[in-house]
Design a protein around this ligand. Structure first.
Ligand SMILES: [Mg+2]
Length: 387
């Protein structure tokens, strides 16, 4: 057995690296076609890319979005003000390796500012990965899988034929997990679910998502009618705040309930767990504050026997890689989430030189340092907006 010198303190890398500057890059990224859910229609996505620069040249990148719902009250200018005015003074001169202490300080400074903290925390992980020349899945405990199966979102369409066309397009590209947006017109929702089952039989896993858009009565009535269509999970049928209502639905409707909008912090997840208001939880990079916080949510959910649905708002390959790295490091299986909704067709363009694209309904886990993505400076200039 080799003797190990436990008094050694020189490990090669110069860990005295210090954060020098926080750069924010606000972007408007066009959707490929208007993105419609029960509560909103969007023509473009408001993205904020954060670059944390160090005194040793290495930098890390993180992504968040100004989603303006689901617990996000921020606009792009607000996110930038929070980061430059409040967070930067707490970050400059610190070691990027002090992630826990730094994130604790950011939260103490701006309580529950998860959308702003997401980009900072993820940029710190990316920075550490790049500094140590390892992918983030290595930092998270090691890679358990090379590819991650993802689902596709079926945006609302004016006719059932148009919906089936879009579903067939995803099916032909290898997707087998489809998320149907519901919540505006229950008759159309039923027709769509029936048509999808008729077209694809048992070849697809079908999930529905109301984006908190229904009242309790409407949700209970619709979900009961959807029971014959083998729905794998009904995502956030009712309002964010109605955890008791979600628990009532979970008891009275024969399909699993998924909490998305209702879960922001660990406390909100604990409330869902205590009340058995859902058996599936969806996390998102921006909504839940990035890797630093989402790791804890996944640990809680696993301990409670919940299924984990890795999600994201529509995003670029930066946030897509963030979630993929977490999925790769999870020894337990995770569900086929829709965190690649940018690159699987919702967004018209990406901002990295090596976009993560689904192949046969799976995305590769990148093995480059950090997130493994390289920003495309020309694309950043193309979509950058003046604030
Ligand atoms: Mg959702």
């Amino acid at each position: 057995m080799t003797d190990i010198d436990v008094t050694r303190t020189d490990f090669g890398a110069d860990l005295s690296v210090k954060i020098r500057e926080i750069e924010t890059i606000p972007l408007h990224l066009p959707f490929g076609s208007p993105f419609q859910i029960s509560a909103a229609t969007r023509d473009f996505l408001e993205v904020l890319i954060v670059r944390i620069h160090t005194d040793q040249g290495v930098y890390g990148i993180g992504e968040t979005q100004a989603w303006r719902r689901q617990g996000s009250a921020e606009t792009l200018p607000n996110l930038m003000r929070s980061i430059h005015d409040q967070f930067a003074p707490l970050l400059i001169g610190r070691s990027p390796f002090e992630v826990n202490a730094v994130m604790h300080d950011l939260n103490a400074c701006l309580y529950n500012s998860l959308y702003a903290q997401a980009a900072i925390g993820d940029a710190l992980y990316d920075l550490i990965g790049k500094f140590l020349n390892v992918p983030i899945h290595t930092l998270l405990g090691g890679k358990c899988r090379d590819r991650v199966r993802v689902g596709a979102v079926l945006s609302m369409k004016p006719t059932v034929e148009a919906l089936l066309d879009s579903a067939q397009g995803f099916y032909d590209r290898g997707f087998r997990h489809l998320g149907l947006k519901i919540g505006i017109d229950p008759a159309a929702d039923l027709r769509n679910a029936a048509a999808l089952r008729e077209q694809f039989g048992d070849d697809i896993v079908l999930r529905v998502d109301a984006n908190a858009g229904m009242n309790f009565d409407a949700a209970q009535r619709l979900l009961r009618k959807l029971e014959p269509y083998d729905i794998d999970a009904a995502e956030q049928p009712i309002a964010i705040w109605d955890i008791d209502g979600m628990a009532e639905l979970a008891r009275t409707v024969d399909m699993p309930i998924m909490a998305d909008e209702s879960v922001s912090t660990d406390h909100s997840l604990l409330e869902v767990i205590r009340k058995r208001a859902a058996t599936v939880v969806q996390t998102k990079t921006a909504k839940n504050g990035g890797i630093h916080y989402i790791r804890n949510l996944w640990a809680l959910a696993k301990a409670a026997g919940m299924r984990i649905y890795p999600g994201n708002h529509p995003s670029t390959s930066v946030a897509t890689s963030s979630v993929a790295q977490m999925c790769a490091a999870s020894p337990e299986p995770v569900m086929e989430g829709v965190f690649a909704v940018g690159v699987s067709g919702a967004l018209a363009d990406d901002i990295v030189e090596n976009p993560i694209r689904p192949i046969d309904g799976e995305i590769p886990v990148l093995d480059g340092p950090g997130f493994g993505v390289t920003l495309d400076e020309d694309k950043l200039e193309k979509y950058r907006i003046e604030i």
